[in-house]
Design a protein around this ligand. Structure first.
Ligand code: C2E
Ligand code: MG
Ligand code: MG
Ligand code: MG
Length: 278
């Protein structure tokens, strides 16, 4: 009897897996189709200088609305796009689209674009970035490429030299989601990032969690000492903003300052800020 029950639950499990696998395949097919049909959009989330409250730049964030499913989170579809290699052409398209949109922003407003580790290892990322930037005419000094520590996880010389080659194009490099996964302080020594993005998981626990406060302050001090700027991700309250400013964090990004918005809205926001400042 135990055997029979065991087999039955095993069969049930297998079916569940089949269902999940099929759903995944479907999503993959739809992702490819969406890319071919041009159904992706890029939205822009502002980040601000914590001392002045002024907008310093916008991060490009990919958006996909499936006709049946509605909006699908990048947290769900980016890993799939990475698995099937679609992230390489898709990521190139994001950079292109974002440079074209950002060309309408007043200098010195900056543009940040996320680079997947898969794009990073694709072999011609440096040529791709160079070609896209060249064609767009957007000032490379106003561009930040955000990478995650997975890029440095494999301690190989190729990844390091890719980072240096990208930097040589004149762009800035930011380490995204610092403090999660396997990030190590050693990375900061191995490659001089321009900016460290302190992960939202630390910021969201402020001000009540003393450990998060200590870590955030420590990272801000460390970064400043190494000549890097720091940006706090996921700032949602005025209280968090004030604490971050007090502990020497230079920049902030989060729903308090604005969510990711379509290009036209970002442009309108910049225009209204300018009028207000004048
Ligand atoms: P990320 O690069 O760390 O982007 C920040 C994420 O946090 C965004 O989620 C943003 O909407 C969200 N966020 C910002 N402020 C707040 C806040 O105050 N509270 C909360 N709860 N969330 C906030 P999103 O757009 O869903 O993107 C998720 C991740 O997907 C990104 O994390 C990034 O790793 C990836 N991603 C998005 N677009 C691209 C892309 O074009 N290329 C690549 N390679 N990855 C992308
Ligand atoms: Mg990012
Ligand atoms: Mg991030
Ligand atoms: Mg994060």
């Amino acid at each position: 009897r135990a055997k029979a029950r065991g087999r039955r639950s095993y069969c049930f499990f297998e079916t569940e897996m089949d269902v999940q696998l099929r759903a995944r395949r479907t999503l993959e097919v739809q992702l490819r189709a969406a890319h071919e049909l041009g159904q992706f959009e890029v939205h822009y989330q502002p980040w601000v200088d914590l001392r002045t409250g002024r907008i310093d730049g916008f991060e490009a964030l990919l958006r996909w609305t499936d006709p049946e499913r509605g909006p699908v989170s990048p947290a769900e579809f980016i890993p799939l796009a990475e698995n099937i290699g679609l992230i390489v052409p898709l990521g190139e398209w994001v950079l292109q689209r974002a440079c074209a949109d950002a060309a309408r922003w007043p200098a010195p407003i900056k543009l940040a674009v996320n680079l997947s580790p898969v794009q990073f290892r694709s072999g011609d990322i440096v040529q791709t970035v160079q070609a896209v930037l060249g064609a767009s005419g957007f000032d490379p000094a106003r561009i930040e490429l955000e990478i995650t520590e997975t890029v440095l996880l494999e301690d190989n010389a190729t990844n390091l030299s890719t980072l240096h080659a990208l930097r040589a194009l004149g762009v800035h490099i930011a380490m995204d989601d610092f403090g999660t996964g396997y990030s190590s302080i050693g990375y900061l020594r191995r490659f001089p990032f321009d900016k460290i993005k302190i992960d939202r998981s630390f910021v969201s626990e402020l001000p009540n969690d003393i450990d998060c406060l200590t870590i955030t302050r420590g990272v801000a001090e460390l970064a400043a000492g190494l000549g890097m700027s720091t940006i706090a991700e996921g700032v949602e309250t005025v209280e968090q903003q004030e604490i971050l400013r007090a502990i020497g964090c230079t920049l902030g990004q989060g729903y308090l300052f604005g969510r990711a918005m379509p290009a036209e809205a970002a442009e309108a926001l910049l225009a209204s800020r300018r009028t207000a400042a004048a």
